[in-house]
Structure formats: structure tokens, C-alpha cells
Design a protein around this ligand. Structure first.
Ligand SMILES: [Zn+2]
Ligand SMILES: [Zn+2]
Length: 258
């Protein structure tokens, strides 16, 4: 059989069509296999199945309570006043940082998400939490040179087994390629601040934080990560300490505003 140019083109077209058909078929087949084997349970509700590329199920995502604009300039939470600050911040001491951002209202499923992550050792939740932090950073255009976190006293660290703010900071560091450094140290063990009055909190935290690695702080723009913003006393004490060591700009990022 002699192959002329037109019969060669005919075979070439046929071959290309068969090749693409097989390729699509293989992709579909692999997709079915992958979605069958590489699915797992939603880390938040522990009921719905999600694919390996998703971090939470759709049902959970729809129930999360995100902080919406307008934002309070002091805490990054929703602003319920006509002023720059929300009604809670108006009652508090002045902020010691430059910018503030927060992701969730500490309500409903968002509250469960934070509680499970912080107190119940559900550290798989760090991934969705970091994703929302990263989204917030991109949307707001915050710029910083170093990521740091509110430290735990070593007794609390040993008891809990992890520092929830450090985990988020490390994941954020991978996501943003900006280094995460330990810049603060807790020098005293303080009991939970939640039930204390503002004056007691301030008194308690006055000399609790100390900076470490001062050369890394000088003239740097720092992103300070914490889990929940309640009155801001801890963050105020941390930011004040960083400022004293020469930080140029401090932005705070909290997972939730109570
Ligand atoms: Zn879920
Ligand atoms: Zn506020």
C-alpha cells in the first residue's frame, strides 16, 4: 500500500482523535478513583465527606460567621457605631498597634471551630483557619516583614501540647513565604484572663511579656497573631513590648472577635 499525503493526513487526524478520546477517558477514570479513595471527613462537623482539595464541607462553610465591614479600627471586628471604633473598644484603653484584622465573630459555628481548635486538640482545623487568615491578608493588603505570635507560658504549652497561635503563624509563613519568628516570651504564668476585670487584666499583664531576638524586631513591620480578641489586653501588652524594642509597624491578626 502506498501512502500519499492525503491518506497520511487522514490517519494522523484519526490518531489524534483516538489519542484525545483515550486521554479524556483516562482522566475521567482517574477522577472517579481519586474522588473515591481520596475523600475524607470534614474536620469540623465530622459528618460530611469532602474531597482532598477542600478544607471544610459546604454546609459548615455556609454556617460560619465572618466579620463583615465596616470594621473597627482598633480590634478589626464589626463596627456597630458611627465612630472609628466599635462600642466595646470605645470602653477600652487605646490600642498599641497600627492596624487590626479579625476573621470570625465568636458566635455559632465559628465559635465551635475556634473552641475545637484551641481547647480540644483538633489541630487539623489549622488548615481552614490559615486559609481564611491568608484570604484576609490578601483582601486587606496588609504588608509585613515578620510574622510572630502571642506566646504561651511553658506550663500551659506542656499542658495543651501546642500553641494554637504559633501553628497558624507557621502555616501562614509557608503560605506567604514571610518568616515566622519567636519575638516574645512570657515570663510569668497568668491564669485565664477571661473572668478578670479590665484593671486586674492590665495589672496582671504589665510585666508578663519580654522580647527575645531584638535585632529581628528593629525597624520591622510585624504581624502579631492571636486566637481570640476579647478585651485586647494581652495584645496591647505584647504590642507595647514589641514597640519598645523598636518595631516600625505592628498589625494584629486574630482568628475571632468575642
Ligand atoms: Zn462540615
Ligand atoms: Zn473594636
Amino acid at each position: 500500500m502506498i501512502l500519499n499525503k492525503s491518506s497520511f493526513n487522514f490517519f494522523s487526524r484519526k490518531f489524534t482523535a483516538v489519542f484525545f478520546y483515550c486521554r479524556n477517558l483516562t482522566a475521567k477514570f482517574l477522577n472517579i478513583i481519586f474522588s473515591h479513595f481520596f475523600t475524607y471527613t470534614c474536620p469540623l462537623c465530622k459528618q460530611n465527606t469532602i474531597h482532598s482539595t477542600e478544607l471544610l464541607c459546604e454546609e459548615c462553610i455556609s454556617e460560619l460567621d465572618f466579620i463583615a465591614a465596616p470594621y473597627c479600627k482598633s480590634c478589626g471586628g464589626s463596627n456597630d457605631t458611627i465612630f472609628e471604633f466599635c462600642s466595646q473598644c470605645l470602653k477600652e484603653e487605646k490600642q498599641t498597634w497600627d492596624k487590626a484584622f479579625s476573621i470570625f465573630n465568636m458566635k455559632n459555628l465559628s465559635r465551635d471551630l475556634i473552641i475545637k481548635y484551641k481547647y480540644y486538640g483538633d489541630i487539623a482545623l489549622v488548615k481552614p483557619l490559615t486559609k481564611y487568615c491568608f484570604q484576609k491578608i490578601r483582601e486587606s493588603g496588609i504588608e509585613f516583614d515578620i510574622i510572630t505570635y502571642v506566646p504561651l507560658h511553658w506550663i500551659k504549652y506542656v499542658k495543651r501540647g501546642y500553641n494554637q497561635s504559633l501553628l497558624v503563624s507557621n502555616f501562614l509563613s509557608k503560605e506567604t513565604s514571610i518568616p515566622c519568628k519567636k519575638l516574645l516570651k512570657r515570663t510569668k504564668f497568668t491564669k485565664s484572663q477571661t473572668k478578670l476585670s479590665n484593671v486586674q487584666r492590665r495589672k496582671n499583664l504589665k510585666t508578663v511579656f519580654k522580647t527575645v531576638n531584638i535585632p529581628a524586631i528593629k525597624n520591622q513591620r510585624i504581624l502579631l497573631v492571636d486566637d481570640v480578641y476579647t478585651t485586647g489586653s494581652t495584645l496591647r501588652a505584647c504590642a507595647k513590648t514589641l514597640r519598645k524594642s523598636g518595631a516600625k509597624e505592628i498589625s494584629i491578626l486574630t482568628l475571632a472577635r468575642r
